[in-house]
Design a protein around this ligand. Sequence first.
Ligand SMILES: Cc1cc2nc3c(=O)[nH]c(=O)nc-3n(C[C@H](O)[C@H](O)[C@H](O)COP(=O)(O)O)c2cc1C
Length: 181
Amino acid sequence: MDTYNAIIGRRSIRRFEDISVPSDVLEKCVNAGRLSPSAANKQPLKFISITRKLKEVFRYTNWAGYLDWEPDESEMPRAYIGILKKEGYGWDIDAGIAAQSICLTAWNEGVGSCILGSIDREKLQEILPFPSDFKLIYLVALGFPAENPEVVESENVVEYHHEDDVLKVPKRPLDKVWIKW
Ligand SMILES: Cc1cc2nc3c(=O)[nH]c(=O)nc-3n(C[C@H](O)[C@H](O)[C@H](O)COP(=O)(O)O)c2cc1C
């Protein structure tokens, strides 16, 4: 898969098969996060791979706020990578860039992902073992896809819907976002 096709073909996956994510895929994802760009190369991030207490972690996530749909526990993520940033150090965007690196690395291995920013950080901090001077910025949910969402060209960015059980993801058309000068 070339980089461009990986970037345009990746979709957020929120329904997963009941298959574990191989540990070598998790390692590749964390390594991709580690080697991602960071402001002034400060590398303020740590990564926690999570393959236990999955139901508990799932409880403290918030799925697809725009969709009139509740995820089924049987289709929950089979792993997560938590992206942690040292308090008061580096830039938050470093975590976002690392998150995209993780998602694209997973996608290239046939593993679906979803970046989760709407999470109960306080509760998750109680469950997950990580240094107290680090803050959880994002979780990236991972698993083999049990859905195949499709892009629809639309200016209405909240127009998510299921059609024949396929999630349609609105994206603003190219000519609406590209200012040629
Ligand atoms: C910073 C950030 C936070 C996000 N948080 C959540 C979240 O809490 N729950 C969720 O279901 N999706 C979350 N998403 C996924 C977006 O909803 C998703 O990227 C968007 O709907 C576009 O779909 P696509 O990723 O398939 O292009 C988040 C994405 C980003 C970049």
